[in-house]
Design a protein around this ligand. Structure first.
Ligand code: APR
Length: 261
């Protein structure tokens, strides 16, 4: 028995899984995507967990919990939010975002459920994006509730203040806060009515977002993961994992799918 060098084996396995995913997308009626920070890594936005993850540097309970923000907004603004603003301002959609937008144009995918707050799915062209954790594009005043575009905030003073004197906070969901009920309701509805769910770039450890692939599976959908690493969904909820980066994997799936359609 000739041992196939693992690199060749791996490439052949990847190619076969990409062909599989293209076939599954070609025959599906209504796909939904669940995305996490990993889909934006190729847009130079670091993930939270794993290699280069933000939570490797900062304890999320000390910097991303609502109680931490209310206790010391200066600390959270200085350590986390200021950098986040710069990174997101510079970020552009990558082939992963563009691939999901193309799936919508092809009539294959109608909804993206995202845990990300970077707005890159909308920039790429997806028109139905459920933002599970809000969007960093907006901030609001803790005192009077005034909403402003993040680009209009003056960061020469930390924490940035509203003309009424109140402190601005991002329109994102901190740990310790509820997921917007509309986002939760619509996500469960999308997950329970799709026949295929693409799970792209999420460690699938934060609930209730990580429940959506379970809801899809229970409703009879095929669940396909795209991630360089395995997750708690792999081998139990996911039908298969394509172990690759979101951008190059989705680009390869789309070119195979366009050949089939
Ligand atoms: N392509 C695809 N996946 C990638 C890539 C890439 N290029 N690079 C990394 N990944 C994978 C990692 O292997 C990991 O499984 O993306 C995942 C990123 O996981 P997290 O950083 O935990 O991000 P996410 O799953 O979105 O976290 C969920 O946790 O801290 C909260 O609010 C935060 O929304 C976030 C939530």
């Amino acid at each position: 028995m000739v041992a196939i060098p693992s690199l060749i084996f791996r490439k052949e396995l990847m190619d076969a899984l990409i062909k599989n995913a293209a076939k599954d997308l070609a025959t599906c009626k209504q796909a939904v995507a669940l995305t996490g920070a990993g889909i934006s890594v190729e847009s130079n936005i670091p993930p939270f967990r794993g290699k280069g993850g933000i939570w490797e540097k900062f304890d999320p309970m000390e910097y991303a919990h609502i109680d931490a923000f209310m206790t010391d907004p200066v600390k959270v603004w200085n350590a986390l939010l200021k950098d986040m603003k710069g990174i997101i301002d510079r970020a552009k959609p990558n082939d992963g975002h563009l691939g999901l937008a193309r799936l919508e144009t092809l009539g294959k995918l109608n909804t993206v459920i995202t845990q990300n707050v970077d707005g890159l799915h909308q920039l790429a062209g997806n028109t139905d994006v459920i933002e599970f954790h809000g969007n960093f594009a907006w901030h609001f005043c803790l005192a009077c509730g005034r909403r402003v575009k993040t680009g209009q905030i003056d960061l020469s003073e930390i924490p940035p203040k509203c003309p009424c004197g109140g402190i601005y906070r991002p329109d994102c969901v901190f740990f310790g806060e509820m997921i917007p009920s509309q986002a939760l309701y619509r996500s469960r509805q999308a997950a329970s009515t799709c026949d295929l769910m693409l799970v792209v770039g999420t460690s699938a450890v934060v609930q209730p977002a990580a429940l959506m692939p379970v809801v899809a599976k229970q409703a009879g959908a095929k669940v396909i993961e795209i991630n360089p690493e395995t997750t708690p969904l792999t081998g139990s909820i996911s039908d298969y994992l394509i172990q690759g980066k979101a951008g190059e994997t989705l680009a390869a799936i789309l070119s195979e799918l366009e050949r089939l359609l």
